[in-house]
Design a protein around this ligand. Sequence first.
Ligand code: T4K
Length: 395
Amino acid sequence: MAQNFPLTPNASPLTGMKKFEKPIYITKPFMPPLEEFTEGLKEIWDNQWLTNSGPLLQRLSGAMSKFLDIENLTLFSNGTLALQIGLQGLGITGEVITTPFSFVATTHALYWNKIRPVFCDIEPDFYTLDPQKVEAAITPWTTAILAVHVFGHPCNLEALADIARRHNLKLIYDAAHAFGVKVGGKSIAQYGDLSMFSFHATKIYHSIEGGMLVFPDPSLRTEVDYLKNFGFKNEVEVVMPGTNAKMNELQALMGLHVLKYLPALIEKRRTLADRYRQRLKAIPGIHLPPQPPAGVDYNYAYFPIEVDEQEYGMSRDQLYENLKKYNVFARRYFYPLICDFACYQNVPVTDPLEVARGVAERILTLPIYFDLELEQVEGICGLIEFRSGFVRSNV
Ligand code: T4K
């Protein structure tokens, strides 16, 4: 049965449970050394070239190609516009099977293309689309699957590719969380007909705001490049009603600098995630996702836990509110489900979404970012652990 948190903030000599002095948010963007960034700014000042495919953008594009070992990619002002344009570039229409357990932009990108989302359930371990449910949701109007590597966990790549091949559907990945993830030694960007990455400030890798499309078909490149620049083919020809979704030079500069640190960013998060696992694994009612399967190089983009109210003795929402009192701002990513937002409530949903509904009620993503200290992770775990009444054997 749920109970109130017994401690008031700042008043815990008994347990050492103190309110953190400064707020600890779910994430903090990594800031490269200021001197390095300033050097790059000088170049931008000299160039007097701020956007529209400038030299730094070209450099970032090259660096990305090398990093991902992929030729066909193009950069955008943000991930949402990248996905909208990618869908348009592939000519997707009708119905698209997608997940309700994601950031709302996944479905918005369909809506902006007048495509009907068909929400389908997820699997309970890594929260990605359940291939069996996907297959059951296919209708004569289905043209594509839009799956999400949610929290950076790879979808069931083989099963989805098999379904897409057998039903002649495009397979599109919202890989907003999955930058730096590898499967079988290959970048996750190398799977499917199209992948979108977000480089938003809250992501493991960022360019302040930014996005990228990666695709195996080189002929898509021209189309999406026109679409992100008003449809201009040259100075006097506009070949399609495009929009403005160009990455600017300041974004590209940040992207170039942060990319150098990516291995260190992943490594630090791995250490933090290991500590969370160690400290939380034996707490009754706190469930962690399994370790990523063999062959997956994970990026530790998020640290989700599930709170079982009965076992833990407190609901997810109570834990979330109580952590806030101690200056810990965990997030309920992704609650509510996208299909439950007012703007999508009129979309018919036939799948009962049993797994997704349960996960959305129990999920809590804990702070994880480069500047977070192990002691802070200890403190957060202490708050979670204390409430459970669980006593560590080494205390
Ligand atoms: N698909 C998926 C699966 C996505 O997750 C996203 C974005 C997209 C598509 C769309 O990609 P973009 O168009 O954004 O490139 C945040 C991000 O704004 C959003 O990019 C992200 N997903 C989503 C999961 O998280 P909010 O509304 O939760 O952000 P906000 O402003 O509450 O920030 C979270 C915390 O981060 C703050 O409490 C403090 C910290 N923070 C944030 C910013 C912006 C900082 O410390 N510094 C900062 O500059 O959506």
